[in-house]
Write a protein that binds this ligand. Structure first.
Ligand SMILES: CC(C)(COP(=O)(O)OP(=O)(O)OC[C@H]1O[C@@H](n2cnc3c(N)ncnc32)[C@H](O)[C@@H]1OP(=O)(O)O)[C@@H](O)C(=O)NCCC(=O)NCCS
Length: 249
């Protein structure tokens, strides 16, 4: 179930409604009982703010940013992690720089001392942050038309998924591949298990959209033209609200 005019993708292609306009992060924890929120962050839009945003990061994040190759990737990392902190800080009523994260064994970060569940995905200048009251995962990928999709599908997809892909003509095949991929990766991230689990993350398209196993529900999003994105969460019938992030103080 999707709301707020989100750019969501139905089985036969994206709706054309616009991703909602920019707002600072102001979601409160109690809203997460009823809704899941997705924030889209234009990482290159806020590069001029990177020095200020950098102050939210802890020593571990600062060290990770420092070793990234190139200023552009460093700034993108800073903006993505500062945005995550501002969004979570607003939810929890805590200042962004005081939040502490712990990593579970396959690497999923969890917030210390707060029950909000979240996930982050970033790449090629864009990030998505999802916050929820239940386990949740998000993935965002740029659709690369020359990507060797059948080679990857044969390795990581179920036979029924690879056959579906093979039936689709070339120009649309890459897009469908990345739609499958983002749902699978969002499911893996919601479970917190890691990419080794990808081949167990089955996806089936029905007239209700993409179906994933168990109690998980999947939704496809189109936050940016030329990108595929998906959110998977551990609760049915909860609406997704989409926002565009702008930095707060
Ligand atoms: C989690 C994983 C699927 C992310 O894939 P990705 O497409 O490269 O990255 P995304 O941008 O979508 O997501 C990255 C963010 O997801 C979160 N994340 C990391 N590990 C996670 C996990 N196991 N489950 C859920 N979320 C995870 C983090 O916030 C991470 O950003 P950060 O490290 O900068 O904080 C992938 O890195 C993975 O499988 N990791 C598990 C460990 C593993 O198998 N490592 C293999 C290295 S040899």
């Amino acid at each position: 179930m999707l709301s707020d005019g989100a750019r969501t993708r139905a089985l036969h292609g994206p709706h054309r409604a616009g991703w909602p306009t920019a707002e600072p992060a102001t979601i409160r924890m109690r809203a997460l009982d009823r809704q899941t929120y997705v924030w889209c962050i234009g990482l290159d839009d806020w590069s001029a703010e990177a020095d200020r945003l950098q102050r939210h990061l802890d020593d571990d994040e600062t060290a990770r940013a420092r070793v990234l190759a190139g200023d552009r990737e460093r700034v993108r990392f800073v903006v993505a992690h500062a945005a995550l902190r501002q969004i979570l800080g607003a939810c929890c009523g805590e200042s962004a720089d005081r939040l502490r994260f712990l990593r579970s064994s396959p690497g999923r970060p969890e917030l210390v001392g707060h029950r909000v569940r979240f996930n982050l995905s970033y790449g090629d200048g864009w990030a998505l942050v999802v916050v929820s009251g239940a386990a949740v995962g998000v993935d965002l990928e740029r659709i690369r038309p020359t990507f060797p999709v059948m080679r990857f599908a044969e390795r990581f997809f179920l036979p029924s998924e690879a056959e579906h892909l093979a039936r689709v003509p070339e120009p649309e095949r890459a897009e469908l591949f990345f739609r499958y991929w983002t749902i699978k990766e969002a499911l893996v991230k919601a479970r917190g298990t890691g990419l080794a689990d990808l081949s167990c993350a089955s996806v089936r398209y029905s007239s209700q959209g993409p179906q994933v196993p168990g109690f998980w529900t999947a939704a496809e999003l189109c936050p940016v033209p030329g990108y595929a994105a998906a959110v998977v969460q551990a609760r049915p019938g909860v609406s997704l609200r989409c926002r565009t992030w702008v930095p707060g103080r």
